[in-house]
Ligand binder design. Structure first.
Ligand code: ATP
Ligand code: AMP
Ligand code: MG
Length: 180
């Protein structure tokens, strides 16, 4: 499951986790990357996308290997189909990563640019760019990269809207498209 920073992925997955409990393993890709990223000079998770693209790609690859070894009846990966970097958009699920993870289904979490911008601005725990223009472009690029990942893997792609104050409904929609 992917979406741009601040769209509400982790919030929606908290709801899913409360609903499904022990039947489900939720893995945050950024958390798996963080241990190695810290050693490569990123002090927090919002600094990973500011590392040189080559370094991000190395850490991305080792995280995929670790996640591919995790086993569970249901595994949901909280990740990004694209990462906005100073060198351009980095694919979050290039072909070797999507092949290693072999997902059954892909979901993009989305919301309006204004909603995401407001969420970024109101969340002091993270360091995200609140500009509506940037958010608008990131949302468009996220969808394009998700389509590419779907085409590469053959896994169907669904879009789930995480509307303001409706994370519960987004969680229900997510479970429905996952067939749970
Ligand atoms: P990142 O990729 O940076 O980890 P994320 O997609 O996991 O971002 P969250 O941390 O889940 O985003 O949410 C960002 C902020 O938006 C949080 O403050 C959260 O409480 C808020 N939020 C999430 N979903 C909703 C919603 N449906 N309505 C209102 N606020 C929301
Ligand atoms: P998150 O908490 O979801 O924002 O994850 C922290 C950071 O990890 C993101 O902002 C990205 O820089 C990085 N990240 C997460 N998933 C991927 C991925 N599939 N490929 C590359 N970087 C990723
Ligand atoms: Mg998150």
């Amino acid at each position: 499951m992917g979406g741009i920073p601040g769209v509400g992925k982790s919030t929606v997955l908290d709801v899913v986790s409360r609903r499904l409990g022990g039947r489900l393993l939720i893995v945050n890709y950024g958390t798996v990357m963080m241990e190695e990223a810290r050693l490569r000079g990123a002090p927090d998770r919002d600094s990973i996308r500011r590392l040189p693209a080559g370094v991000q790609r190395e850490i991305q690859s080792s995280a995929a290997r670790k996640i591919a070894q995790m086993g569970s009846e249901f595994l949901i990966v909280d990740t990004h189909f694209s990462i906005k970097t100073s060198q351009g958009y980095l694919p979050g699920m290039p072909s070797h990563i999507i092949s290693a993870l072999a997902p059954d289904s892909l979901v993009v979490i989305s919301a309006s640019p204004e909603e995401v911008s407001a969420r970024r601005a109101a969340d002091p725990s993270r360091n995200r760019d609140p500009s509506v223009e940037s958010v608008r472009e990131e949302l468009e690029m996220e969808l394009l990269f998700a389509v590419a990942a779907s085409n590469e893997s053959g896994a169907p792609l669904a879009i789930v809207m995480n509307r303001q104050g409706e994370a519960e409904r987004a969680a229900e929609d997510l479970l429905r498209v996952m067939g749970v």
